[in-house]
Design a binder for this molecule. Structure first.
Ligand SMILES: Cc1cc2nc3c(=O)[nH]c(=O)nc-3n(C[C@H](O)[C@H](O)[C@H](O)COP(=O)(O)OP(=O)(O)OC[C@H]3O[C@@H](n4cnc5c(N)ncnc54)[C@H](O)[C@@H]3O)c2cc1C
Length: 486
């Protein structure tokens, strides 16, 4: 008899899960498996808060599947090499005839899946992969020359056309077998959670799991989607969806997010906000296809090869000031403290803090990328790498290297009343909404808040000179190591 296995990875949900639905559509029993890989988490600096989110979501998934008649096994594989062995053994021990899963595109995940496919090659077991993790699969769109898109605006035009023509169907819930299943992995998940060290101050701010993600999407669409375009850049307002953790762990299907926004567009008042939000889902796909098609990016390489020659500043004191939110620039510091105290940071502030680290302090973007991964609940290799390289002007679609955000101008523009600063930098509570952006002008009212660690004046010229020098050396070396590795 056919025995089907659904292998869950970063898709911890039941609704809008094509492998689960397809596996349950056939006759015969269906099992589910999740392989824990704490070694992989360690190697990629995955934040304890994100691990907690994943494990709690897995716990909810296991209970939900059991209530619907599907057993979820959770096995600790250690790392991806161990995961290959776990899947191979599980398939052999249980007489699995077909494996259903969603594809993952970064290089280590691809290598893991190839190794699993090889190990099952001569057993007659079929592997069926699906693309629910993205809206447009990462190899679907190419330029006229057959190369990947590396500029977002051109990619987005094709992405829109593809979605119109071949976009995913409205996500469905599977046809459940009925009866009571067994959450076989319950004890393993409990043990992994017990071994985590994560502050309850952080976990109490978040609700893991598919049900919470669905509620959050519903709330966002009903309340905020219409105003998204106008409010998305204002950090003190909850104007964005807050769904990044759900989308990166897969407690929410991207197709569900897209469909809900599309349907909301029938209301003319929501159309502009929804179109803008859908654009962010396209950015998510864009960086996924970039990471997939330029695998060296996952190994610390910049997209623009000449920027390998930049001479970054190694100053640990400055780096620590940035990490702790003590640079003397209020909005930069408020942002870093938001990250430390909530595990999340607003997009406008991710750009500001990343640009500040890499332009004002001229510290290597890889250090900031790593620090973000160590703290973000939504830490996602593709989006994080893309965001960091954009900000550092080393990436695709790069912010031109001569673009340097002024921390004071950004502060006056996006937090004019200083409400966001007040929330995270209480030392500045005595200052009015004008001087709160430049507290060094009112030293007596600024408590023990530090003066700026670096002056804004001169930064642009220094950055331009450094990029020019790197480019010139690169050219003199005959554009050395060649392409960016597509
Ligand atoms: C330096 C830097 C690092 C970043 N690191 C991450 C990361 O580790 N994980 C992550 O999910 N996002 C990252 N982003 C992108 C973005 O900041 C977050 O996705 C966003 O702030 C999440 O909040 P939200 O869910 O309310 O977003 P919304 O504005 O509601 O957007 C909806 C969804 O679209 C996606 N999205 C939005 N903006 C982007 C973007 N610029 N690139 C890719 N996807 C996007 C996310 O999945 C997000 O949940 C980073 C951006 C920068 C500049």
């Amino acid at each position: 008899m056919a025995m089907r296995l659904v292998w869950f990875r970063n898709d911890l949900r039941c609704h809008g899960h094509t492998p689960l639905r397809q596996a349950l559509a056939g006759a015969g029993p269906v099992l589910a498996l999740y392989v824990l890989c704490p070694g992989q988490w360690d190697a990629h600096d995955v934040a304890p808060l994100r691990r907690w989110y994943v494990l709690e979501s897995l716990r909810e998934l296991g209970e939900e599947l059991a209530a619907r008649g599907v057993d979820l096994h959770v096995i600790d594989g250690g790392d991806f090499a161990g995961a290959v062995e776990v899947v191979q053994r599980f398939v052999a021990d249980r007489g699995v005839t077909e494996v259903f899963c969603n594809r993952e595109y970064p290089v280590n995940e691809l290598n893991r899946d190839r190794a699993v496919a090889r190990s099952l090659e001569n057993t007659g077991v079929r592997i069926r992969g699906f693309d629910d993790g993205v809206l447009v699969p990462p190899r679907a769109l190419n330029t006229g020359k057959g190369t990947p898109y590396t500029v977002f605006t051109a990619y987005k035009r094709r992405w829109d056309a593809w979605m119109e023509e071949k976009g995913p169907p409205l996500p469905e819930t599977p046809r459940w077998p009925g009866g009571q299943g067994d959450f076989v992995g319950r004890a393993t998940v409990r043990k992994a959670l017990a071994e985590l060290s994560v502050s309850p101050r952080l976990t109490e701010l978040w609700q893991p799991g598919e049900a919470a993600a669905a509620r959050q999407l519903e709330r966002f669409v009903a309340r905020d989607l219409a105003h998204y375009k106008n409010r998305r850049d204002i950090p003190c307002e909850a104007g964005t969806s807050g769904l990044s953790a759900a989308l990166s762990a897969g407690t929410l299907a991207p197709a569900q997010a897209w469909w809900v926004a599309r349907l909301a567009m029938r209301d003319a008042g929501v159309r502009e906000g929804a179109a803008c939000w859908i654009g962010e889902l396209a950015w998510r796909d864009f960086y996924r296809q970039i990471l997939h098609r330029f695998p060296m990016l996952a190994k610390g390489a910049p997209f623009r090869p000449e920027t390998r020659l930049l001479q970054w500043n190694d100053n640990e004191t400055l780096f620590n000031a940035w990490c702790q939110g003590r640079t003397g620039y209020p909005l930069v510091d408020a942002a870093m403290r938001q990250l430390l105290s909530t595990g999340w940071m607003h997009n406008r502030l991710r750009m500001l803090t990343a640009m500040f680290l890499t332009k004002h302090l001229f510290i290597d973007w890889r250090k900031g990328e790593r620090f973000f991964m160590q703290h973000l609940i939504d830490g996602d290799v593709a989006a994080n790498n893309g965001g960091w390289q954009w900000s550092a002007s080393t990436g695709t679609d790069a912010a031109p290297y001569f673009r340097v955000f002024s921390p004071v101008r950004q502060s006056r523009r996006f937090d004019p009343q200083g409400h966001f600063i007040a929330r995270y930098v209480p030392e500045l509570a005595e200052l009015d909404n004008d001087s709160v952006h430049e507290p060094w002008k009112q030293p007596l009212l600024s408590g023990d808040y530090p003066p700026p660690v670096v002056a804004h004046e001169g930064v642009k010229q220094r950055v331009e000179a450094a990029f020019r020098a790197a480019r010139d050396t690169w050219r003199r070396q005959g554009e050395g190591a060649g392409s960016s590795g597509a």
